[in-house]
Write a protein that binds this ligand. Structure first.
Ligand SMILES: [Zn+2]
Length: 343
């Protein structure tokens, strides 16, 4: 154990964004450790697959320990109850109301960077399977999460470390567990056959929080999984690729425009990097441009005899432009009474 005090000293000064589980780390390797790339995907941990702990070392942060395992690996471990000091777990904390927030959408920042998983906090895919029913509008009804099929009474795992804010029965959601995470993100797990945690409990990523079921408004066993920020739901597929069970990024840039049912996940473009580093001013300018455009928008209600060509001439535009604005083609039937955007 002679080398350990030095190793401890080195590790204690390392940023906590380094790799979660470093196999057989030598002192030289430890010095070379660099923070985990912020955009790098994070693989789901395998729940229950924890090596035996050999020893635990302190770091300069009392809530963070270094755990040395019998198989030669080590990882950081965070004392979950230390999270209680964070303002995130005091603001709008109500264990009886599913959405206790009262924040106006326009008061939220254009973008919030959420640290979802770092060396001291892991990720576990709640259920690795192809999404059965996606987030968003579904036959005029707003679907506020994703549906993941699962056999009756299959364990459901907490996605990240956090504190259970609600564990209750709700007419629509059935048995539902809501967990708040240190990043301010909330994840919800609905239609459970059984809940295994109570409001106020601290949970670690990978802990079983309930068993899959079909309680509430549900047509068969499935997990309805939601992600919310300040009470606003967004497509969980922004965070997780459920098919591979991977967290897309350790750090997630949540944009305000995601916080509506019409904003579905789409694979990000080649401009992704540029988008991440866009400034608040650039975001504001873009929002203002869109608002101006919306204010200048002109609509036409289809009457008998209207044609796209006729409308294009009337509003000094082109058929192509009208089609683009309304997501239609030049052969779409113009239903009488339909409102078309013409400018
Ligand atoms: Zn659902």
């Amino acid at each position: 154990m002679r080398g350990l005090p030095i190793l401890t000293a080195v590790l204690a000064f390392l940023p906590l964004t380094a790799g979660a589980q470093q196999p057989r780390l030598s002192l030289k390797e430890a010095e070379l450790l660099v923070p985990r790339e912020i955009r790098k995907p994070v693989k789901s941990m395998i729940p229950g697959n924890n090596p035996t702990v050999h020893d635990t070392l302190d770091t300069s942060d009392p809530a963070i320990k270094i755990v040395l395992c019998n198989d030669g690996t080590w990882h950081y471990s965070r004392d979950l109850s230390a999270m209680a000091d964070s303002a995130v777990f005091r603001k709008a904390w109500n264990e009886n109301v599913l959405n206790p927030y009262n924040t106006k959408l326009e008061d939220l920042p254009f973008r919030a960077t959420l640290c979802l998983a770092d060396s001291a906090s892991r990720f576990c895919c709640p259920r690795q399977v192809k999404v059965f029913s996606p987030f968003g509008w579904r036959r005029r009804r707003n679907h506020t999460g994703v549906d993941l099929p699962l056999p009756m009474r299959t364990p459901v795992y907490a996605a990240f470390d956090g504190r259970v804010r609600c564990s209750m029965y709700n007419r629509g959601y059935g048995n539902i567990v809501v967990i708040r995470h240190a990043s301010g993100l909330e994840t919800s797990y609905a239609h459970l056959a059984e809940r295994k945690v109570e409001a106020g409990d601290y949970v670690a990523a990978g802990d079983v929080i309930g068993l899959g079921g079909s309680t509430g408004r549900s047509s068969g066993p499935h997990l309805h999984f939601e992600t919310r920020y300040e009470g606003y739901c967004f497509d969980p597929q922004w965070l997780i690729d459920f098919e591979t069970g991977t967290l897309r990024h350790g750090y997630f840039v949540l944009k305000r425009k995601y916080l509506t049912p019409s904003s579905k996940y789409y694979p990000e473009s080649e401009d992704e990097e540029e988008e991440i580093y866009k400034t608040e001013e650039e975001d504001r300018a873009e929002a203002e441009r869109i608002a101006k455009e919306m204010a200048a928008a002109q609509y036409h209600t289809i009457k008998s005899g209207d044609t796209l060509l006729g409308l294009a001439a009337k509003y000094h535009t082109t058929v192509n432009a009208i089609c683009k604005l309304n997501g239609i083609t030049s052969t779409t039937t113009l239903r009488i009474g339909r409102k078309l955007r013409v400018r």
